[in-house]
Design a protein around this ligand. Structure first.
Ligand SMILES: [Zn+2]
Ligand SMILES: [Zn+2]
Length: 346
């Protein structure tokens, strides 16, 4: 079953999205609000262009993502994986699983770091623009748009056709997809696949964590001794005592502690997996339609805007008539979820 996005959904979100897009000037080759012509703005120091996700200001979402990654790594490899069976019959499967999990976590770390570190700016911006020079203030009385005839009045260079000027990064990004707060960097042509595989590997890793936790919970209620296969448990008489960080420095704790940690991690893993899973499926959809997130937002805006004047501003679509495009409720949900998570201005 499909529905048009014009069917009333979350009106608050829709109104917010339209307002944000309007202020961001989407459709005019920029995602930057022009400098406000008031004295307060003119007194503020002009911003510098950011190079990548490590450039200031750092974003709180970065801290959340790295803390989650670190916590998941510690509890998965330090606490939960040692509960897996070590008998010869299942050891090979467990070792293979651990190796795959370790590979996925490492792969995620590498692609995540690359996605943050790459400067996604347009080629001419990277080659000709001085990042130490403040970005000029946009003067709407002189120019109608930030980018005109592929010349950016803020970066002061000629940019490629699909470049957009990002207000968070203060520069033009080639093949602009969206500005990701989790990476604190723009996602564009240069780092899109690193971003994509970062999301995919995170979702895959979380799936592995969920499988391990499921096994632990089932074993605990069906056969608790199946979780106490390590030789160190032979020295522990109480069945109410468990060992954390077994392979490094065993820490004995009581059952409620292990169960509380497992339950908290399970909830965090489920929430993260649902969000990342949605994002991953959404990007599979975009890739299949040869659309960027920006294109998709534009199409959604087009569907929501009945004004003919706004329709003229839309970029050429890949195929089909956008007014005929119908979106499933799931895709509408993706769009609403994506905006606060990974797109637009703060
Ligand atoms: Zn620019
Ligand atoms: Zn950006």
């Amino acid at each position: 079953m499909t529905v048009s996005v014009r069917i009333p959904g979350c009106l608050t979100c829709a109104a917010h999205l339209m307002k944000e897009m309007s202020t961001c000037g989407i459709g005019q080759n920029r995602v930057l609000p022009e400098a406000q012509e008031n004295n307060v703005k003119k007194l503020l120091p002009r911003p510098l262009s950011r190079v990548n996700g490590w450039s200031p200001p750092l974003h709180s979402f970065q801290a959340i993502s790295w803390t989650t990654y670190l916590a998941m790594s510690i509890v998965t490899f330090g606490i939960f994986i040692p509960f897996l069976p070590t008998s010869w019959k299942y050891a090979a499967n467990a070792v293979s699983f651990v190796l795959v999990m370790g590979g996925v976590f490492m792969f995620h770390l590498v692609v995540h770091l690359i996605a943050i570190t790459i400067d996604p700016a347009d080629t001419n911006v990277r080659l000709k623009k001085d990042y130490l020079e403040p970005v000029p203030t946009f003067d709407r009385s002189k120019h109608a748009h930030v980018i005109q005839n592929q010349y950016c009045h803020l970066c002061e260079v000629t940019v490629s056709k699909k470049a957009k000027h990002c207000s968070s990064c203060n520069k033009c990004v080639s093949g602009f997809d969206h500005h990701c707060k989790w990476l604190n960097n723009c996602v564009g042509k240069r780092n899109y696949w690193f971003f994509f595989f970062s999301v995919a590997s995170a979702a895959f890793g979380l799936l592995g964590v969920l499988i391990i936790l499921l096994y632990i919970f089932i074993q605990y209620f069906v056969n608790p001794n199946g979780l106490r296969m390590d030789p160190l448990y032979k020295e522990i008489s109480s069945e109410n005592t468990w060992l954390l960080f077994l392979s490094l420095s065993p820490v004995p704790v009581k059952t409620p502690v292990v169960l509380s940690i497992a339950a908290m991690v399970l909830l965090l893993a489920i929430a993260s997996f649902v969000l990342l899973g949605h994002l991953l499926v959404f990007h599979f959809y975009l890739i299949s339609k040869k659309l960027s997130t920006f294109d998709y937002m534009m199409q959604t805006r087009f569907q929501k805007s009945p004004r003919p004047a706004e329709k003229k501003e839309l970029p050429p679509r890949k195929k089909g008539n956008v007014s005929q495009v119908r979106l499933s409720p799931l895709r509408v949900m993706f769009m609403e979820r994506l905006r606060p998570m990974c797109g637009g201005k703060e």
